[in-house]
Write a protein of this length. Structure first.
Length: 395
């Protein structure tokens, strides 16, 4: 199992006088640390109009800066928001190829369907989004590999054109899809691309079931979108490694994970109640598919029920504005098998669960919420020095 970094570029409000430039400087420092620590790749997300959650509005620029500041670290976009109103497939291919050239062949590309505020911002038709992701996944590798490219179908048309530059990697950079539902995991496998999944606060077992959907899709793959099949599976979760449990608590990593889960529904315009109910049921929030029913829910409902598990109670209390202590947050999240926060021995035990479900790439979200920058750098260093070698030996 290889170790990657997954980055949103975020900092929990309030910023206490810090500016945006300082946040980007921290990201570059972390990328250099990840390169020195032996991480495989740095994955950058794409979000727009969500200052409470992410400052990663121009991920290709950030990844280019990271590529220029590192020697070995691969640079991945996870994922490009693929609906055509947000990103034209031809422009995605051009930017990706340029980044592959500038990085010396270190680029990896994932596509995402997105949703919520971003669909509203760019005028995306929800009924067409999934098909546009599929079309983009077929268009981009053709742009990268064909001397002259053209496309005429659905919502997208390109007359015959010679598109340059071409990627350094042959036949082209690895392709991935960000996945959050059984349908999307299966779709990724059927197209022959890697799957990038997340737990948030759902059990590792549930993510394992989703990875089996990817396997099922791979078995049905007849015509890969690219020139080769990427069978890899990436798993994203909260990771914070400290020298001791007490230090992990003091760094506020568990509190920051709760903050993240409460902030995300505002970005994706899913009522918090849905997220709470899905976590309560041991599922991923994206498991809720009945959008008509969702529209009838109060987006800010935080009523605590007698059968709510401790983590849901804590999330609701935080959403109500109650003060949650770092130690209380840690004690509630510590038993969850999906959250990797603590000393190296404890984190290794959690990571073995991801290894057991077939994770090829552990996408460690290190910079989230209000974790101090120095603590993030220490977590990266400890993971690279202590944890990654142990799992490389196991492989």
């Amino acid at each position: 199992m290889k170790f990657d970094i997954f980055c949103e570029i975020q900092r929990a409000f309030p910023w206490h006088g810090q500016d945006e430039a300082s946040l980007f400087r921290e990201i570059l420092d972390q990328a250099r640390a990840a390169d020195a620590a032996g991480f495989t790749a740095w994955w950058q997300v794409e979000h727009h109009g969500s200052p409470e959650f992410s400052y990663s509005a121009a991920p290709e620029l950030v990844l280019t800066a990271i590529a220029m500041a590192t020697q070995r670290l691969r640079v991945g976009h996870a994922g490009v928001l693929a609906p055509f109103n947000i990103n034209s497939p031809l422009r995605v291919a051009e930017r990706g190829a340029t980044l592959d050239v500038l990085s010396g062949g270190r680029f990896e590309m994932g596509l995402a369907k997105s949703g919520g505020k971003e669909w509203e911002t760019f005028g995306v038709d929800p009924e067409k989004a999934r098909d546009q992701v599929r079309d983009a996944m077929h268009i981009i590798p053709r742009v990268w590999t064909e001397p002259e490219f053209s496309w005429d179908g659905g919502d997208y048309r390109v007359p015959p054109r010679e598109i340059v530059p071409k990627p350094v990697q042959r036949p082209h950079p690895p392709l991935w899809q960000t996945c959050g539902s059984p349908e999307s995991f299966y779709m990724a496998g059927e197209m022959g691309v890697g799957a990038l999944g997340t737990t948030l606060l759902s059990p590792v077992k549930f993510l394992g079931e989703m990875l089996r959907e990817h396997d099922r899709g791979l078995s049905a793959c007849q015509a890969p979108a690219g020139r080769f099949i990427n069978r890899q599976k990436g798993c994203f979760t909260f990771v914070h490694v400290a020298e001791t449990r007490a230090e992990a608590i003091a760094n506020g990593a568990a509190w920051s994970a709760l903050w993240y889960v409460n902030a995300a529904p505002r970005v994706f315009k899913v009522p918090r109640r849905v997220w709470y109910d899905m976590i309560k049921a041991g599922l991923h929030p994206n498991s809720a598919r009945d959008t008509a029913a969702l529209a009838q829910l109060d987006p800010d409902e935080t009523v605590i029920h007698d059968d709510d598990p401790p983590v849901v109670v804590l999330l609701k209390r935080m959403a109500q504005g109650q003060e949650i202590g770092f130690e209380e947050a840690h004690e509630v999240l510590e038993p969850l098998d999906c959250v990797v926060i603590g000393d190296p021995e404890h984190c290794a035990e959690k990571l073995r669960g991801y290894e057991a479900i077939g994770a090829d790439r552990m996408m460690c979200m290190m910079q989230f919420g209000s974790i101090p920058p120095a603590a993030v750098l220490k977590s990266i260093e400890l993971t690279g020095r202590v944890l990654a070698p142990a799992f490389a030996r196991a492989a």
